[in-house]
Design a protein around this ligand. Structure first.
Ligand code: GLA
Length: 332
């Protein structure tokens, strides 16, 4: 019997680099998605794709996913190592997601592979397994944002995720807004340690201040000796507050306020968390100055990648128009 699994990417409207400290994020699952289709059997997971070089050939008893070649096959191997399926799978991967752009193509691949090879579980369980697979495959100590958005998407809604409680509250998007994602042209790599460094700084802040998710004003930051740690923590504290502002503003349809919070988020990512680049800053500035754009900011981990803009429908023609879509599923 042919099995087909579809998993969306995600775009994060706001709440960047807050997930690893149990903070708030507001992603939506995109209509851009990855599909894995094939047949179960054999003792390896064998996937080919027209979009990337080489095949993923992973024995079902794979030991060390991080050493599998080619690079994209590591994510498949990470999932196989976590799921430990009783039989293999032979099939293909297709995607409408831009790869390595900050739209979570790797999370979509992990989730689609997990469902295709037979993982059963709640959205949260599938997301947690895929997160462990990503960490094993890439060595990057990522949070739950990407995988949970991919499994839990809801049409027409963003998802307010509390990354400590692991609770999800759908937030309806106003009908008269468009979400656009525009690539900066700068390709990012998180495996070079910069993501991990940022999150080590947050760990240091938490060692002194306690959980950052519980810190609601920036006063206690004065007590932190290291100015870099202080800046990183200030980003997280102010970003958690901005997520709440945006959720409230979306409820009221106050898109001007949403836009201002997105601008503040970008400034904080640029100046305090230091994950933007001059190219991304220039793109955010240009898009923000375009008529009909409510707000724009870096989305995803940064160091290049994509900008998300919230606009009046049709205000931008560049990039990808994304609509909030349903989460990952098997197609029966
Ligand atoms: C990457 C990680 C996520 C999250 C974002 C930044 O996408 O995989 O867990 O930390 O960066 O918000």
């Amino acid at each position: 019997m042919r099995i087909t699994a579809v998993a969306p990417g995600r775009v994060n409207l706001i709440g960047e680099h807050t997930d690893t400290t149990g903070g708030l994020v507001l992603p939506l699952a995109t209509d851009l998605a990855t599909t894995v289709t094939g047949i179960r059997g054999g003792d390896e997971v064998r996937l080919t794709s027209d979009d990337v070089e080489g095949a993923a050939v992973v024995p079902i008893d794979v030991e060390d996913p991080a050493t599998v070649e080619p690079g994209w096959a590591r994510y498949v191997a990470g999932v196989v190592a976590e799921v430990r399926p009783g039989t293999g799978f032979v099939g293909t991967v297709t995607t409408t997601l831009p790869l390595g752009a900050g739209l979570s193509s790797s999370a979509a691949l992990e989730v689609a592979v997990a469902l295709a090879i037979g993982l059963e579980g709640t959205d949260l369980e599938v997301a947690q397994l895929a997160q462990r697979a990503e960490r094993r495959a890439s060595g990057v100590p990522c949070g739950i944002l990407d995988q949970l958005a991919s499994t839990s998407g809801r049409a027409g809604h963003a998802l307010l995720i509390d990354c400590h409680e692991l609770s999800i509250q759908p937030v309806e998007l106003p009908p008269d807004v468009e979400v656009r994602v525009v690539h900066s042209g700068q390709v990012r790599a998180l495996t070079d340690g910069r993501y991990a460094q940022r999150h080590q700084a947050l760990n240091r802040a938490e060692a002194e201040l306690g959980p950052l998710r519980l810190v609601t004003d920036t006063g206690p930051l004065e007590g932190l000796g290291d100015p870099e740690v202080r800046r990183r923590a200030r980003h997280v504290i102010t970003e958690n507050a901005r997520v709440k502002v945006v959720v409230e503003a979306l409820h009221r349809g106050d898109l001007g306020l949403v836009g201002r919070a997105m601008a503040d988020s970008h400034a904080s990512l640029r100046d305090d968390f230091e994950v933007s680049t001059p190219l991304v800053d220039a793109l955010v500035e240009r898009l923000t100055a375009t008529e009909g754009v409510h707000g724009a900011r870096l989305t995803g981990a940064g160091f290049g990648g994509c900008v998300v803009a919230l606009t009046v429908p049709g205000a931008l023609s560049e990039g990808w128009k994304v609509t909030a879509s349903t989460g990952a599923h098997l197609v029966r």
